[in-house]
Design a binder for this molecule. Structure first.
Ligand SMILES: C[S@@+](CC[C@H](N)C(=O)[O-])C[C@H]1O[C@@H](n2cnc3c(N)ncnc32)[C@H](O)[C@@H]1O
Length: 445
């Protein structure tokens, strides 16, 4: 395959080095600005070439030795070879540039808020299980854009409690002859294992994603696992028998314990079930929600809509300062968790709606003063955004985990709203991902 020599001039939104080669643009894994390398071109997509470093000539002064030996092949940690302060600098720059390039908004962007210890923060770990060519059971992460499993011993960004459990699951599967799933034939039992950990409580959930609700030896398997790891407080079975890349199926059964774990954020306690969204960084989430609280400063007589609300976290946290909160979430389990979370925290001035956020706001006839919106990576939609404009909502706080879709949505709002404040927060150290909180106010004219 073709090899070219080039120098990275920037980082792409996916954390790849951007190299200009004549008129061509090449995105290169593991190449940082100012570094020069021989680059092997791998493929072309949408007019852009993608490549990997064949030989590195000039190193960036921000380059460091990564803690994880497989970080270049696993593809999960695009920035592990970058000094942490440089990671934060590039994340701030990414947010700023997305707003200028896509939304045509030149806002002041605050420096990205980082972590004191940017390792072992992930509270959710999700790994596929499969047999390799020699018939050995493997678990790990999919190499980028493939279904090739890169085996892991201990991932440096996950909660340390996960890896020993995954290793014992592998040993038990082998010992008890429980077949792992084969993507080609569609046969086998265990597809994925998902582990959720609590930071504030000694609680840990294991979710076994299998092709059938019950499988031979299931009871023995769970008993042995829980005996070996008493830190496991609940085990949930999730059935996914479809040929799909989506990890969780829709059918679930609690196999051990209560079926959920608890977590605390800013003094409130939340229940989380297997398929509910929950912020994956338990330390940074408090900084994220504080940034939201600082922006809205709701008085007691305002009504807040918490859209895309997950298990109700943000809405429940702002409820003490608002007249009323309406919380809208489409996922049924998350909605159920949210209702329980209000009871658990004895918060009554909150109403939970299980619906599409756009559908709900379009038909809602209540006076809404403030909207907090935290949509998934793909961003919001025209139905929701056009309703914000139509209803002349005074204040919007937009929480986003994708600067490009955030900027796209801000562009949609920009004839009617001014961007007042932009605060990136590093929820995902060692990766190219960044969370952003944006405060928007209705223009006066
Ligand atoms: C990024 S999460 C934010 C959750 C919550 N605000 C938090 O901080 O934990 C996005 C949430 O939006 C929900 N969601 C996705 N599409 C939706 C839609 N069209 N309407 C309402 N909720 C949606 C997802 O199920 C998920 O819980």
């Amino acid at each position: 395959m073709k090899i070219v020599r080039g120098k990275a001039i920037d980082l792409s939104s996916e954390g790849k080095g951007v190299v200009k080669n004549g008129k061509d643009i090449i995105f290169v894994d593991g190449l940082f600005p100012n570094e020069e390398a021989d680059i092997q071109i791998l493929y072309q997509r949408a007019g852009v070439y993608f490549g990997k470093v064949k030989k590195l000539y000039k190193l960036s002064e921000d380059r460091i030795q990564p803690r994880c030996k497989i970080c270049t092949s696993c593809g999960g940690c695009q920035y592990q070879q970058l000094d942490y302060q440089a990671q934060l600098k590039y994340k701030t720059k990414r947010v700023k540039e997305a707003l200028v390039r896509i939304a045509k908004v030149n806002a002041d962007v605050q420096p990205c808020i980082g972590m004191d210890n940017p390792y072992n923060y992930r509270n959710k770990i999700q790994v596929p299980f499969a047999k390799d060519r020699r018939g050995v059971v493997r678990f790990g992460f999919y190499k980028e854009n493939t279904h090739i499993i890169v085996p892991i011993k201990q991932c440096v960004i996950e909660d340390k409690r996960a890896a020993p459990i995954l290793w014992d699951i592998k040993l038990l599967l082998e010992k008890m002859n429980i077949p792992v799933y084969n993507e080609d034939s569609g046969k086998g039992i265990l597809r994925y294992v998902l582990i959720r950990t609590s930071y504030h409580y000694d609680e840990l959930m294991v979710v076994l994603v299998t092709t059938s609700l019950n499988f031979p030896g299931q009871r023995n398997f769970i008993n042995s696992l829980v005996k070996k790891h008493p830190e496991i407080t609940t085990v949930v079975g999730n059935v996914n028998s479809r040929k799909t890349n989506v990890v969780l199926g829709s059918r679930e059964k609690v196999l051990y314990g209560p079926g959920h774990i608890k977590e605390d954020i800013l003094g409130l306690t939340f229940e989380i079930s297997a398929s509910s969204f929950f912020q994956i960084n338990p330390i940074q989430v408090e900084k994220l929600y504080n940034a939201v609280l600082n922006l809205i400063d709701v008085s007691k007589n305002e009504t807040v809509l918490d859209a895309y609300s997950g298990v109700g976290t943000i809405g429940l946290i702002v409820a003490k300062n608002a007249r009323k909160v309406i919380s809208v979430e489409v996922n049924k389990s998350a909605h159920k968790n949210a209702v329980e979370n209000a009871k658990r925290n004895k918060i009554e001035n909150i109403e939970f709606i299980c619906d599409d956020a756009g559908e709900y706001i379009a038909k809602c006839d209540e006076q809404i003063d403030v909207v907090i919106m935290d949509p998934p990576r793909s961003g919001s939609d025209e139905k929701f955004l056009s309703a914000l404009i139509r209803k002349r909502i005074g204040k919007i706080v937009y929480v986003s985990c994708d600067p490009e879709t955030l900027a796209r949505d801000i562009k949609y709002l920009s004839d009617y709203y001014d961007v007042k404040y932009v605060q990136p927060i590093d929820m995902f150290p060692m990766t190219a991902h960044v969370e952003t909180v944006v405060g928007l106010c209705l223009c006066n004219d």
